[in-house]
Design a protein around this ligand. Structure first.
Ligand SMILES: Cc1cc2nc3c(=O)[nH]c(=O)nc-3n(C[C@H](O)[C@H](O)[C@H](O)COP(=O)(O)O)c2cc1C
Length: 199
């Protein structure tokens, strides 16, 4: 149960932890603002512990593991660290922009460094773009299915104002994305159900 003030009575140490993995690493990105805003919303509506993960802090060179990821025999320290990070997450939320109808390469690279770590992991996709990024969300859902992730049905697709994309006007998520609050809450509610089922 979530209190009216947004606090969750659940013992903080007992809260499942959700990693919000940002798809964008480019300078000047909107993803930091968007992911932080979603994390705050997710904490208050679901009581889940939400941590924003910036892939810029997790440099994973392309294809630098000699073995296939499904064997889990990683030789690179950064892959081992990345594996531990994902194993330690109870669920993930991909918060990703759409780039040319797909999702960004750093996100695919981060996913492809691992394999078993994703299996059975409750997950949600929150995409954004001029039209919500639904095409990249579809692609990511397909990849998640291939990895046997437990994707929730609701995939909020956040529409960024034209002036934010074209004229670099500062995004104000609380105002510009307010229309999407209900669908984000719904995605977190579904994630909480998946987590309860997995416990
Ligand atoms: C390489 C690139 C490709 C893009 N392709 C699309 C697109 O296919 N559809 C769309 O709606 N917006 C597209 N955009 C606009 C992005 O939605 C917008 O720039 C958004 O802020 C990108 O997220 P970020 O700032 O977190 O990197 C693209 C932006 C970039 C940089």
């Amino acid at each position: 149960m979530v209190h009216a003030n947004g606090d969750c009575p659940m013992d903080a140490a007992a809260r499942p932890n959700v990693l919000l993995i940002m798809g964008s690493i480019r300078p000047g990105r909107n993803s930091l603002l968007i992911a932080d805003w979603i994390a705050t919303l997710g904490r208050s509506c679901s009581g889940l512990a939400c941590e924003v993960l910036d892939l810029a802090d997790w440099p994973l060179p392309m294809d630098d593991e000699p073995g296939l990821p499904h064997a889990g025999q990683y030789v690179q320290p950064h892959t081992r660290a990345w594996s531990e990070k994902i194993v330690g997450a109870d669920a993930v939320v991909f918060v990703t922009p759409q780039y040319n109808w797909g999702y960004p390469a750093p996100l695919k690279n981060a996913i492809d460094h691992l394999y078993q770590e994703w299996r059975g992991k409750p997950a949600a996709i929150i995409s954004y773009g001029g039209h919500g990024g639904t095409k990249c969300a579809e692609q990511l859902r397909q990849v998640g299915a291939g990895l046997k992730m437990r994707m929730v049905a609701t995939a909020p697709a956040l529409t960024l104002p034209e002036e934010v994309i074209r004229q670099h006007v500062a995004l104000d998520p609380a105002k510009d994305l307010a229309v999407h609050v209900d669908s984000i809450k719904q995605a977190f509610a579904e994630l909480a159900i998946e987590l309860a089922a997995a416990a």
